[in-house]
Design a binder for this molecule. Structure first.
Ligand code: ZN
Length: 348
């Protein structure tokens, strides 16, 4: 660290400006590299299920930091001019986060110029006007439909389809839920929900009123979650299971197919402890515990089957795809994913 005590005031101010310039250049550079890691999906090789997880677990950023950086990095790839604007200090991450949902190829130049060196409040006003215009246009075109948010699965499919087609993955701003401990063993959970969700909760409250469930929202949610886990959590089913489907009991057709009996799935889930089993080059195991898939270690196309837990493992979507790419090649998998994504989009 440079000792600044002996510098005069002018030198300190000049040094400060120079350091800020270097910081902005290096930050824009960081985003450029992050975009390349995203595009090449290098986080998968590092044992991470997503760029978001890579940012938290490998780069040691907070969730808010990596979310803002992913948004900016993807926007830079769509609109390279943002790189220069960040480097020069005319734009910052807050401004980008605010306008990201409204940037289009048509308005990018104008909107980016509009928010240069504006305060957060000024940009919020610009965005509010844009949002209001958009709503009016939709109403005029009689296209106001019931609002339907994209599920995480749909977002994933869109991202995979875009990547497979050689396009940039979509930029989206996640509305994050917030949880925080308010006492030992007690957390506060905050999220914005639709009226429909509230109506469903009220309905369930009415249905369970005679079942000793309790009248608080927490009781109703707990009841719903318990019912779901009883039906869908493999660990619970294992605990309850009296007998398993044995390999010998399986029909020959099922032994030769990609079919994996529920008993085998439960055994695999328990053995793999509900976590992706992929290990990165550094030997660390992928931390993903959601959107897991049952993968045939030896693919069905190469003679494997799901009749034994020995040939089945848990992988997250990212690493299931990486495993497939290693077996069949990137182009084959990209084409299969694009075709599957297209089928799913058609169904939406
Ligand atoms: Zn994984």
């Amino acid at each position: 660290m440079t000792d600044l005590k002996n510098l005069d005031h002018q030198a300190v101010l000049a040094g400060l400006r120079s350091a800020l310039g270097r910081e902005r250049m290096s930050f824009a550079d960081f985003l450029n590299y992050l975009g390349e890691v995203d595009c090449r999906r290098l986080y998968a090789d590092e044992g991470q299920p997503s760029l978001f997880a890579f940012g938290i677990n490998v780069l040691a950023l907070t969730d808010a930091e990596i979310l803002a950086r992913i948004t900016a990095a993807r926007l830079i790839r769509r609109f390279p001019i943002i790189y220069q604007r960040l480097e020069s200090g005319e734009l910052n991450l807050t401004a980008l986060r605010l306008i990201s949902a409204h940037l289009t190829e048509e308005n990018a130049e104008r909107l980016l110029a509009q928010v240069v060196k504006r305060s957060t409040r000024e940009i919020e006003k610009i965005v509010a006007i844009l949002a209001s215009k958009k709503r009016t246009e939709l109403r005029t075109a009689n296209e106001v439909r019931e609002e339907k948010s994209a599920s995480p699965m749909q977002l994933l499919f869109c991202e995979e389809a875009a990547t497979a087609a050689g396009q940039e993955p979509p930029v989206f701003c996640a509305k994050r839920d917030r949880t925080r401990y308010v006492a030992p063993e007690h957390v506060e959970i905050k999220f914005v929900a639709s009226e429909k969700l509230l109506a469903k909760l009220e309905r369930i409250k009415g249905l369970t009123i005679t079942k000793n469930v309790g009248s608080r929202l927490e009781d109703v949610l707990d009841h719903v979650l318990e019912s779901y886990l009883d039906r869908h959590d493999p660990a619970r089913r294992v605990a309850k299971a009296k007998s398993r489907v044995s390999r010998q009991a399986l029909p020959a057709s099922q032994r030769q197919s990609r079919y994996i009996p529920q008993g085998i799935k439960d055994e695999v889930y328990k053995r793999d402890e509900g976590q992706c089993t992929f290990k990165g080059a550094n030997g660390e195991r992928c931390p993903a515990r959601i959107l897991l898939e049952y993968d045939h270690c030896c693919p069905v196309a190469l003679g494997g089957n799901g009749a034994s837990a020995d040939n089945v493992r848990l992988l997250c979507r990212t690493h299931n795809r990486l495993a497939a790419e290693r077996s069949f090649g990137t182009a084959t998998v990209a084409s299969a994913v694009a075709s599957k994504a297209m089928q799913n989009l058609k169904r939406c």
